[in-house]
Design a protein around this ligand. Sequence first.
Ligand code: MLT
Length: 318
Amino acid sequence: MRILVADAFPDEYRAELTAHGHDCTYVPDTTGSELPRTLTGHDALIVRSTTVTADAVEAADSLRLVIRAGSGTNTIDVDAAARHGVHVCNVPGRNAVAVAELTMGLLLALDRNIPDNVADLRAGHWDKKRYSRARGIHGRKVGVVGLGRIGLTFAERVAAFGAGVHALANPNRDEQTRERARAIGTVFVDSLDELARSCDVLSFHVPATAGTRLMVDRHLLAQLPPGAIVLNTSRGDLVDEDALIDAMESNGVRAGLDVYADEPAAGTGTVDSRLAKHPNVYGTHHIGASTEQAQHAVAAEVVRIVTAFASAAPSDAP
Ligand code: MLT
């Protein structure tokens, strides 16, 4: 297949695709607006952050497969792809540990004020008293919204720190998830409001869908105890950012965020987000999945999908 790799992709996995007989064009900095032109003549597209719009899908005469080298497909117009008979695959789960580790990092950073602490010391200030008010993680209640691969992996790390894991009851979970949740003593509650009311920390691990859009709204934020921590390493669409700023100002809520409603589409750009600049926020650059381990695991799965697709009949999805 003629494959366009439009985002950074580890060399050895590109070499593997070539070794399997595919013709790889590597343009790692392709932007969403360049994609319609760059895609011409390719059968498959591998993307991570680059947005795949209906225009790109429509302009791509021979495109048959789009692979999102990550969990979410919210950056791809899947309806346009379906209309044009283009298969869309994602790679869920392979970056779960990486995202869980970053979420844990944001929690620890907030509890101990690590970034401000470091910045003050770098500026030559020594203020032990100012930084001696952490509450600690042990014994706290952490609500995990979404016990999928990432949420559960985060929950296990939280439990290892001696915090109580709380989650929403859901009769549709598979037995393996139920077993892992039981093993860490997860306490199940019936509603998101109840979770917000009873927890010191609320961490979101759900995909961006019509049902999860703005789920962190004024109503939910009003249920949180004073000084609660909100963590979001899933998708920015989940959060009403103005409501979160108000909750920070009125109720001392603090937030650890890796994702935002409006992110520069390419890997670099400028941001002018009131939220990211707020002193109650420690924000990172949507880097949850950005560990070497995760990117290699994702790339290996992408190669598997391409191989399966190429060897299947044209109408079969891998
Ligand atoms: C994902 O969907 O897995 C991540 O958000 C990938 C990324 O870093 O863009």
